[in-house]
Write a protein of this length. Structure first.
Length: 220
């Protein structure tokens, strides 16, 4: 893969994406808002399921929750690899990929753009939940909750990696994600787990770099 230069503004807020103030507000959010939103939605979905299916065992519910969370890790990998990055070279510097993800690579520590804002996030969640319901009917409420809470687990790991220094021990998440940001944009797509990187052959390669990083204070 050809090596290319990437400008990064590590201590700078990202610029406006839209002139319209409302549209601009829809591109920013705080992680706690998303955590609270999907936490409550998940509990509501479980409540609905139990209202309609009061005799289902706790173990069955826990098992389907766990399955939903596991499937989230696969969806996380697929979206990051094939939606957030361009297919032919894993870049993100223009078009749809820049708005969705490239701006995060360019301004990796802007805490208002570390997570997907509520409106697009809810639209995507509704599509997934609708598909789950077509296949699973009522069980979609439990499976979907596991999926949503898997997303919350991923999201908060991602926030911690960008907001806090890596601990001395148990620092895999920091190391793996740093390689994706600063060395090999076509590797290390998994954030929650490296499982799917291992399955699909996108684990980082030692001593390999696909990017030259230029650190800047602010955008001209």
């Amino acid at each position: 893969m050809t090596r290319y230069k990437v400008r990064i503004y590590p201590n700078t807020k990202s610029p406006r994406l839209f002139r319209n103030q409302l549209l601009e507000l829809l591109t920013r959010t705080h992680p706690l808002i998303i955590t609270g939103m999907y936490g409550l939605i998940g509990f509501f979905l479980i409540y609905l399921f139990l209202s309609w299916n009061p005799h289902v065992s706790v173990w069955s519910i826990l098992g389907v929750l766990a399955l939903g969370t596991f499937i989230w890790t696969f969806a996380e990998y697929i979206m990051h690899r094939f939606l957030y990055h361009k297919l032919h070279d894993a870049t993100f510097s223009s078009g749809f990929q820049y708005v969705l993800h490239g701006i995060h690579h360019e301004y990796p520590n802007d805490d208002e753009r570390l997570v997907l804002p509520p409106l697009p996030s809810l639209i995507i969640a509704a599509v997934f939940l609708g598909l789950f319901y077509l296949v699973m009917r009522d069980w979609a409420f439990i499976f979907g909750t596991g999926f949503l809470w898997g997303y919350l687990f991923y999201m908060n790991i991602h926030v911690c990696v960008h907001r806090f220094n890596a601990p001395k021990y148990f620092n895999f998440w920091w190391k793996h994600h740093a390689i994706h940001h600063f060395q090999q944009h076509d590797r290390a797509f998994g954030v929650t787990t490296s499982l799917w990187d291992r399955v699909f052959g996108t684990m980082p390669e030692p001593l390999r770099k696909t990017v030259e990083i230029e650190l800047l204070r602010k955008k001209d």
